[in-house]
Design a protein around this ligand. Structure first.
Ligand code: PAF
Length: 282
C-alpha cells in the first residue's frame, strides 16, 4: 500500500494504471475509519483492480458552528486498517494541498438538499460536491463507493455525477447494522444503556413502514404516521423527523410509487441517530 500526499504524485500514479487499463475503485472518506468504511473498501476490493482510499477532512463542508477543528483524526490507525483490507493507495493530502488558495470556483447544489438533515446544514452539500469534484478529477475512478446510511449524500452525489457527466458508476452500499438492527455509527457509544436498548426500534419502525407499504398502503402520510406511532410507543428519544420522499430526487410524493426513501432522525441525550430504508414500489 502506498500513501500519497501530493496531487501531482497521485495523478502520475493514476496515469500509469490508466495506461495499463486497470479499473479503479474509489472510497472517499474523512478518515477515522469504522466498519462502515471498511465495508465500502471491501466492496471496492472485490470489483476493481485498484482501490484508492482518500482521507481528507474537508473544511468546506463544515458549518461555522460545526466541529471541523475537533473532528477525530488518527492517520496511523487508519493506515493500519486500510492495509488490512487491501487498499492500494491512500491519498491523504493536507488542507493546503487541496485548497492552496481561497477557491475561485465552488460547486453549488440546488436540489435534494432542502429536506432531511440538509435542512439544518446550509452549505454542507456544496462543500461535499466541491471536494468530490476535485477528487473525482484526480482519481478518475471507474466506480465510487458510498454508504446508504447517508442516503442524502448518495442522492446528491448521484446528481453531481449525472449533471457533470463524470464517467463514474456510483455504487450504493447497504448500511451495516448491529445484530439487533441498529445502524452502525461512531455515535452509538454515546447512547446511555437504556437508550442503546431501545435504539433497535428505529430500524424496526422502518421495517414496519415497509410492511405497511407491502400490504398496499400508498398514502405517505399514513405510512409515516405508522412509523411515528410505533416509535412513540417504544422509545423515549425525541423524534426530529420522519419523512418519505421519492429517491434519489428527494421530492414529496402524493402516492408511494417508484423508488422511495423513508428516513428518520431521533435525538437522544448525547447523540442524534439517523436511519433510512429505500423501497422500490411497483
Ligand atoms: O462522507 C464523507 O465522509 C464525506 O462527506 C466525503 C464524501 C468524504 C466528502 O468529504
Amino acid at each position: 500500500m502506498i500513501v500519497i500526499k501530493s496531487k501531482n504524485e497521485l495523478q502520475q500514479t493514476i496515469q500509469k494504471w490508466k495506461k495499463q487499463n486497470k479499473s479503479i475503485g474509489f472510497v472517499p472518506t474523512m478518515g477515522y475509519l469504522h466498519e462502515g468504511h471498511l465495508t465500502l473498501i471491501k466492496n471496492a476490493r472485490k470489483e476493481n483492480d485498484i482501490v484508492v482510499l482518500s482521507i481528507f477532512v474537508n473544511p468546506l463542508q463544515f458549518g461555522v458552528n460545526e466541529d471541523f477543528g475537533t473532528y477525530p483524526r488518527d492517520l496511523m490507525r487508519d493506515l493500519d486498517l486500510a492495509k488490512n483490507v487491501g487498499v492500494d493507495v491512500v491519498f491523504a493530502p493536507t488542507t493546503e494541498e487541496m485548497y492552496p488558495n481561497k477557491p475561485s470556483v465552488t460547486v453549488q447544489v440546488h436540489s435534494r438538499i432542502h429536506v432531511l438533515c440538509g435542512k439544518s446544514r446550509e452549505g454542507h452539500f456544496d462543500g461535499v460536491a466541491t471536494i468530490l469534484t476535485k477528487l473525482f478529477h484526480l482519481v478518475q475512478p471507474n466506480r465510487a463507493y458510498f454508504g446508504m446510511k447517508d442516503a442524502q449524500q448518495v442522492a446528491v452525489v448521484e446528481g453531481l455525477i449525472d449533471d457533470f457527466h463524470f464517467p463514474i458508476e456510483l455504487v450504493r452500499v447497504e448500511t451495516v447494522r448491529e445484530e439487533d438492527g441498529l445502524a452502525k455509527s461512531s455515535r452509538n457509544v454515546r447512547l446511555l444503556p437504556h437508550e442503546r436498548e431501545e435504539a433497535k426500534y428505529l430500524y424496526a419502525s422502518l421495517l414496519k413502514a415497509k410492511q405497511t407499504i407491502e400490504k398496499g398502503e400508498r398514502n405517505p402520510k399514513v405510512v409515516t404516521k405508522h412509523v411515528r406511532d410505533f416509535l412513540t410507543e417504544h422509545i423515549s428519544g425525541e423524534i426530529d423527523y420522519i419523512e418519505l420522499y421519492s429517491y434519489p430526487e428527494l421530492e414529496e410524493v402524493e402516492t408511494v410509487t417508484g423508488e422511495v426513501i423513508i428516513a428518520l432522525a431521533v435525538k437522544y441525550s448525547q447523540a442524534r441517530l439517523i436511519d433510512n430504508i429505500t423501497i422500490e414500489v411497483n
